[in-house]
Ligand binder design. Sequence first.
Ligand code: WT7
Length: 574
Amino acid sequence: MGKDTLEVIAVEATQANMMDYEEARRQFDWADVEKRFSWYESGKVNLAHEAIDRHAASELKDKIALHYSDPQRDESYTFEQLRQQSNKAANMLRELGIGKGDRVFIFMPRTPELYFTLLGIIKIGAIAGPLFEAFMETAVRDRLLDSGAVAIVTTPKLVGRVPAAELPELKHIIVYGEESELENGQIHFSTAMDAASDETEIEWVEPEDGLILHYTSGSTGKPKGVYHVHQAMLQHEYTGRVVLDLQPDDIYWCTADPGWVTGTSYGIFAPWLNGATNVIRGGRFSPQDWYETIQRYKVTVWYSAPTAFRMLMGAGDEAVEQYDLSSLRHVLSVGEPLNPEVIRWGYRVYQQRIHDTWWMTETGAQLICNYPRMDVRPGSMGRPLPGIEAAIVDDQGNELPPLRMGNLAIKTPWPSMMRKIWNNPAKYEEYVRIPGWYISGDSAYMDEDGYFWFQGRIDDVINTSGERVGPFEVESKLVEHPAVAEAGVIGKPDPVRGEVIKAFISLREGFTASDELKQEITRFVKEGLSAHAAPREIEFKDKLPKTRSGKIMRRVLKAWELELPTGDLSTMED
Ligand code: WT7
């Protein structure tokens, strides 16, 4: 691909445009966003009311809020129907004595019932804990135990991975499926929903009350419960309007699962707070299925991830040509670096600039973005939104000048910032260790025009297909295998997935390296933790590099893998 195409996209930031951006920053005030909500005067808030009930009481009442389909089902719901179904879910939970502040988990594939339940949880002021359906027993147990969940809504296929006997606080297991598939003590979702009234009293809460817990991985320890509050809706509404650019007639599709934050903040909250028609497509990814979805619903705004775009690119231009994708008017990406090559390809085949956006589970919503009112610079994450201040700081918190690489930091606070890490104040403190700043864990630099350029993670966190995997969690599972003495896990660069998981393993006495053993160990992680956490590559080593205190030195493993200098080895044992 020549330079020409790139230049078409990278329109030089014009003077007018830059002033527009600066002016927008000067005029911006979160208080103006707050005034867009019905609770601005009453002080009473509930995100589910603002996202659903408020529209059901307006001229949007009979507008389609949700188009749901998968290979078996094909359904649409208006805002009024969503209001009623989420009321039923709220009543079903209340009937069990569940209320404000309780943690209720959802562990099921995407179906309309998942969305009714999540909204129902929020309506009663409880805290939703969405889990990705690929999680296996260990992953499910860690999260339920840490959060003290009192209830879980799941399916017959997945309920076997909920180790109820090990979860003293878990009182209710609600199962969506055939009644005949239920076991003793389980509650049948559909029966309970049928019996519940479709009217309910919303639980009005404080803006600072809990909304949702998203577990995410760090480089050490178990997954962290990132805690978000209702106030976050300010930023969901605002970014939905400005970054997703949602207009009244848009048909919006976010491809993420609600088990990840993109699937809630931008798969539920942002579109519905803006009264948009939201497309949810269940089932597995295939290029044909995805293009068919865009064509069928005439999707106008599409939010996906670099891995997906790279897989679509891999499927070739022919796949695109078989479908009418002309409805698309705005395409966005999040989760990992978006390669300029992908942007060029997207511009050619979709006639759309793919807009990169940067944020994290912890930030709750978009912070640094390319958005319609500004020029896109391929390879850059964009500029901080009006209302957000970002900088590159050194480890002492000094702001660095343009073009110097350092910690990507955001000035605290902003409405959708996490309020705590559940049960773990020390972990939270690590993010805000420099007064006034949130330290993201990403390294980046800023160019002279204020665009930010991603460089990498500072810690060992792996980003595979846009999903964050903590090496520690994988290592812990690996060493549970009888053949594994020690394990060190790193992300290895990969052209499609961004990174893949590679495990270095030393074996216990009596075990010999073989391909069968590699496969068995991979299966062990897949079945014990989750498919996306299983190593794609395993290398056996007699000994792993360790510090004198016994910590496996992942950075040395990474240097070996990339054939780079290993750096300072002074802390390494002999
Ligand atoms: C990490 C956060 C929040 C959405 C999904 C990911 C990486 C995110 C970008 C981007 C380069 C990105 C960062 C970040 N990341 N967006 N546009 N360009 N890297 O959420 O699982 O919390 O992961 O994903 O490393 O820290 P997450």
